[in-house]
Design a protein around this ligand. Sequence first.
Ligand SMILES: C[S@@+](CC[C@H](N)C(=O)[O-])C[C@H]1O[C@@H](n2cnc3c(N)ncnc32)[C@H](O)[C@@H]1O
Length: 231
Amino acid sequence: MNEQTLSMRLERVAAHVPAGARLADIGSDHGYLPVALMRRGAIAAAVAGEVAMTPFNSAERTVRENGQELRISVRLANGLMAIEPGDGITAISICGMGGETIRDILDSGKARLSGQERLILQPNGGEQPLRQWLMENGYRILCEEVLRENRFDYEIIVAERAGPVLYTAEELYFGPLQMRTRSPAFLVKWQRMLHLKQQTLSNFARSRQAVPEEKVQDIARQARWITELLA
Ligand SMILES: C[S@@+](CC[C@H](N)C(=O)[O-])C[C@H]1O[C@@H](n2cnc3c(N)ncnc32)[C@H](O)[C@@H]1O
């Protein structure tokens, strides 16, 4: 993967960035996403935010090597602190991190959100708490995808602030739109997850150490939900 050939995962994220957007890519690492979008003429400007020095240097190098310093600002900053009021950001991507980390970045950076930005989020696990945050903060999920690459299941969640929205516990767990669309990748992911939950339950049953009943009940409930989903 590089700034010319994105991974399938980042390619799908790129597809959700509106044409002509002013993008903030938070946790940009190598900066491939904003640089690839700029090379294609798909965005007007970007901020690549990084909290760590090595990826920050890497993003700076990618931007420099592509002669995009005037259009892409690379900033060493924690989360949404990379966004400055004058940036006029219209889309924010936060990809390749746990859902809880993405939630914490959004929550601690709320003051930097105008509410007009499209959020394009690609959590690696922890989708449920992330969707919970979106719901509690008035974001409606516009689009969701599951894709498999390099033996990992990835989810993409696209949301915009659109007033109060209420999702059920199952919708927060599986994704409200994916539950309806039931794409082949989504169903295969949950077949795998069911197998894992069942394995965990039988490990609990065999364990010589007592497993808290609450934990057993939680996994059993998840296994029941998945079984009902796949029925
Ligand atoms: C696994 S990489 C993902 C890179 C790229 N977004 C992608 O999806 O391919 C995660 C990056 O997020 C950065 N990161 C983690 N927490 C961050 C935060 N609070 N603010 C900015 N960057 C963060 C890490 O330094 C790391 O470079």
